[in-house]
Design a protein. Structure first.
Length: 190
């Protein structure tokens, strides 16, 4: 498999579409490998009032101002981790939230991590995805071309992309910045 091309992440919206269909591979500390196909993304950038970078760089969001293709991980609602891929050029704060993915390899491990059996509920939301793949702050700033968390190009892109508004935000609610694979049963919300 071929690793992602980070030059495709310079524009966050185009990068969010580019990541659809890509394979996210997580090698866990105790050895097992889990992998998922990215099926839903959202883009954010520093002119976007809904973005963590809207008010400038801070210790919390500094990864988003770095090189594209790194992990930006944040804690939300006091209980959940969310995983983003940094986008934009160095110094420009942008990122792509990985909202949902289709389980491919290690579904038994993901089910154990999530403490559920229903495969459709394993990774169909950003917090669920992070929990299933054991993604947390220890991977903050991680280069996604290196283990233990990597993103690979898909073998094909034979799917239609749906573009719509984002979910769960209160600012810039009309911006078309959410993208998902049409008809995929693992998308968080149709």
């Amino acid at each position: 498999m071929k690793l992602i091309n980070t030059t495709k992440l310079i524009d966050a919206k185009e990068g969010a579409k580019y990541l659809l269909g890509c394979i996210l591979k997580r090698t866990l500390v105790d050895g097992p490998v889990v992998s998922v196909r990215i099926v839903e993304t959202e883009s954010y950038h520093q002119e976007d009032p809904a973005s963590h970078t809207f008010h400038g760089q801070s210790p919390r969001n500094s990864a988003m101002f770095g090189k594209p293709g790194h992990a930006y991980i944040y804690f939300t609602y006091g209980m959940h981790w969310c995983f983003n891929v940094t986008a934009g050029s160095v110094g420009y704060g942008a990122g792509i939230l990985i909202r949902a993915a289709e389980p491919l390899e290690g579904t038994d491990v993901m089910a154990q991590n999530r403490k559920i059996e229903d495969i459709h509920q394993l990774t169909n939301g950003p917090a669920k995805l992070a929990q299933a793949l054991l993604i947390d702050k220890t991977l903050y700033g991680h280069d996604l071309k290196n283990p233990p968390l990597q993103i690979f190009e898909p073998e094909n892109r034979n799917f239609k992309v749906v573009s719509t508004t984002r979910i769960g935000i209160s600012k810039a609610v009309d911006e078309i910045a959410r993208f998902y694979i049409e008809g995929n049963p693992f998308v968080s919300k149709k």
